[in-house]
Structures are given as C-alpha cells and as structure tokens.
Design a protein around this ligand. Structure first.
Ligand code: FES
Length: 261
C-alpha cells in the first residue's frame, strides 16, 4: 500500500442525508459531499459552518467516514454547546458548509495495526479502519469506555475490523480497567506492525509508552482548541521534538515520539 497523495482543501455546500442518534447526546450526521469524500484521508478534519442565528464560527470535527462511491462523509459528534446543538437540529435536505479536508492524517503504509481509542476519539479511528479495510489491511481495534453503554462504537467498527477488543472501567463489558490494562498482552501476542491512538491525552500517553516498550511505531491524534483551522492564528500551537508545530496544519496526527517527548 502506498501513501495517498495529499489533495488540496475545498469549500463545499453539503446536504444532510441522515441524522441519527447513536447514544445519549451523540449523533451521526451523514452528508452528501462528493469533493470531501474524494479527497479525504483518515485522520483529517473539516471546519463545519451551520447556518443558525448566533452561531458564527466554524467548528472543527474529525471525519468519521468517507465514501467515494456514494459521495458521502459522516461526522460523529457529541452535543456540547450552541454549535453542535445547531448541528443536531439539522434534518435531511438541509445544508451545511464544509471547509476541508484539513490537516495531516494517519499513515496508510501499514497492514496489521492496532487502533486504540476512547470516547469521541474513536471517530477518526473509524475512518482509519474503513480506509485500511478497503485497501486490504487487517486493522484490529481496542476501545475503552466507562460502561458498556459507551461502547456503542463496536457495531460501527465491526465491518472494518479483523477483531475488536473491549475494556470498561466498571467491567460491564470486556476486560475491567483502562485500555492500558489489556494493551501490553495484545501488543506482545498480536503481531501488529503499528499502533494508532486517539482519545484522552493521558490514555494516548499510556498507549504510546507501551508501544515504545514493544518497539512499535505509534501515531496519536491530538485535540486542541482551534480558531482558523488553517495554520494562520497559532491558537493550536504546541511544543514538539521538532520545535513549535500547529495541530491544525502539521497534525492532528503526529508520531507519538514527536509530541510526547
Ligand atoms: Fe489557527 Fe491552528 S487553528 S493556526
């Protein structure tokens, strides 16, 4: 598998196809956006603008799915404020403006990666699993949540994963504990060629540490407050092993050793 060519961003009026509630306060919005579907790489994000009174700023959201054939992209998001409430109010046929796809995505030159995620961090990993599966790779997924109810993601990943491993804080599903409770034995026995992580930073640091101990390359997808999303305002700048970098333009996906140094 070769690295896909990086395409330029586009602005596109996207029409709502479906809006579905996945769990308490979590929604999947499917949009007709052929240009985004064609150019999207897993791990990239879009700046979404909803036409709603009092909502002016674009919201950055990771791409959860992209399908060139149907010309659609999907966003999975939690309703947390005015912007996402406006997004949740959208109905089929209505439009939003997308600017993207933005940022640097996950590497595609892998065959058997372990994707490790928690909470909404599982959204960009879903896009990654989908792309890898369609390119003939065999991704496995390790997902963690506080309770079984938070792991509704397993149905979404099932068509694109060779195996799914589960942990819950309360032991209601899978191994009890955080993902790092199961990770060392999976990495020791799984024959993986890489690790990708997205979720709470403390989780990603733990995952990166175990991956490093096992000698496996690890990528992490960072989340920061974003203004422009285009590399112009510096609101997302972070210190890395290679100096200051912008999460929106140089990331959000970085090699773990660059950002957790
Ligand atoms: Fe403006 Fe990254 S959000 S530089």
């Amino acid at each position: 598998m070769t690295l896909p060519e990086m395409k330029s961003k586009v602005m596109e009026e996207a029409q709502v196809r479906t809006q579905k509630r996945l769990a308490e306060g979590v929604y999947r919005l499917e949009l007709s956006a052929p240009e985004h579907a064609r150019h999207a790489l897993p791990g990239q994000f879009v700046q979404v603008q909803v036409k709603s009174p009092g909502v002016f700023l674009r919201r950055p959201l990771g791409l959860a799915e992209a399908d060139t054939e149907s010309g659609s992209v999907a966003l999975i998001y939690r309703e947390v404020g005015k912007g996402t409430a406006a997004l949740a109010a959208l109905r089929p046929g209505e439009q939003v403006n997308l600017l993207g796809p933005l940022g640097q995505g996950f590497r595609m030159d892998v065959q058997h990666p372990l994707l490790v995620g928690g909470g909404m961090g599982l959204s960009p990993l879903l896009c990654y699993a989908q792309h890898l599966w369609r390119h003939g790779a065999q991704p496995e997924v390790l997902m963690g949540g506080r309770t079984a109810a938070e792991l509704f993601w397993q149905d979404l990943f099932a068509p694109y994963a060779a195996a799914i491993h589960l942990t819950t804080d309360d032991g209601s599903l899978g191994r009890q504990g955080f993902v790092t409770a199961l990770l060392p034995e999976l990495l020791a026995e799984g024959g993986y060629d890489s690790v990708a992580a997205c979720g709470p930073e403390i989780m990603m640091r733990g995952v990166a540490k175990v991956a490093q101990e096992q000698g496996l390359p690890c990528e992490v997808s960072l989340e920061r407050r974003m203004g422009c999303g285009l590399g112009a305002c510096l609101s997302c700048a972070i210190d890395t092993a290679h100096g200051r970098r912008k999460v929106c333009k140089d990331g959000p996906v970085f090699p773990a050793e660059e950002v957790f140094c």
